[in-house]
Design a protein around this ligand. Sequence first.
Ligand SMILES: *[C@@H]1O[C@H](CO)[C@@H](O)[C@H](O)[C@H]1NC(C)=O
Length: 323
Amino acid sequence: MKYINDKKEIIYNILRLLIILHFCGVSDGQGCQQSPKVVASCPQSAYDWIMHAKIVCTESNNYHCLITERHQDNKQNIIECCMKPQNITRGHMPRYNLNKKDLQEIECQEDYYMPTQFPSNRYRDHDVQHCKYMKSNCNMEGMKICNHGSTTTDRSCYCDYKELYVPELPLDPGEHCFSLKDNLCSLRNDCDKNYQELDMMYQCVNICKIGYFRPENEMICRHLPEGTTIAGKVTSEVSVPDNIKPTVKASTPPTSTKDNMVKPEMENQGTKDNHIVALYGVGLVCIATTIGGVVIGIFVLRRYKKASAKKLSMQAQSCDILL
Ligand SMILES: *[C@@H]1O[C@H](CO)[C@@H](O)[C@H](O)[C@H]1NC(C)=O
């Protein structure tokens, strides 16, 4: 009997350990230290943010003011609470998930971007609904959007050369686009409008022959689509070749920032994948410990039944003897 009781105690302790492990796995993320408080808005300046943080949290660095998963443009849901700050991957912003009681990363919206990693407890200039930086809209005089950027990069702009706008400051060789803060567009007046126009590199070139046209963001003249027999063949008619930079490929519009954009997005994907793998890991541990618990539970029950059956038969035997 003593032996069985010892075994039971061991199994009980194993069960207890498994249960503790199980809950450790679930609450591994760092949620709010107290239950989050719903607020109408977050502090509206970096100064207010710091001052308010000192009032709300004993460790002011732990102050967070975040949107939740229930937040929508027409229905605000903002909370504040104290918790350990976490690093947010570039191209993302933090959000508090009330259901999971944990901090999450969500991608920047189309008009915003975040080029670097940053801590989740920081004031953000365009409020907590948005990533820190707003993208340029290239709407100054004579400007157009060249490239929409990404979650980690700003848009780039170019000058509307079809309307004879050119960058005021020189661009790097082979470049056609620039960032809004680096340049402005102004009218160029030295082309002879009777027989010249600007190409995409902002050079004066001869207007295409009749039956040809210069597509937007291409260097050379192409056949007009209708009434042509040599379909799709590229025919150049530029008679001011000295002005054309040989580095520019004619058929592809130059999107120099594109190469820079691809990498960060792939990196983000990598960290996201890691998060998913970690989540699956936690999930697996939970499932394994639950199944383990149930199996051991059944084992204990069976042992207990067997033991009591033995006891009964022993009692019966002793009864027999007595009788
Ligand atoms: C966040 O990143 C910085 C700089 O890379 C690092 O020093 C810091 O320890 C990180 N903090 C957390 C909570 O991971």
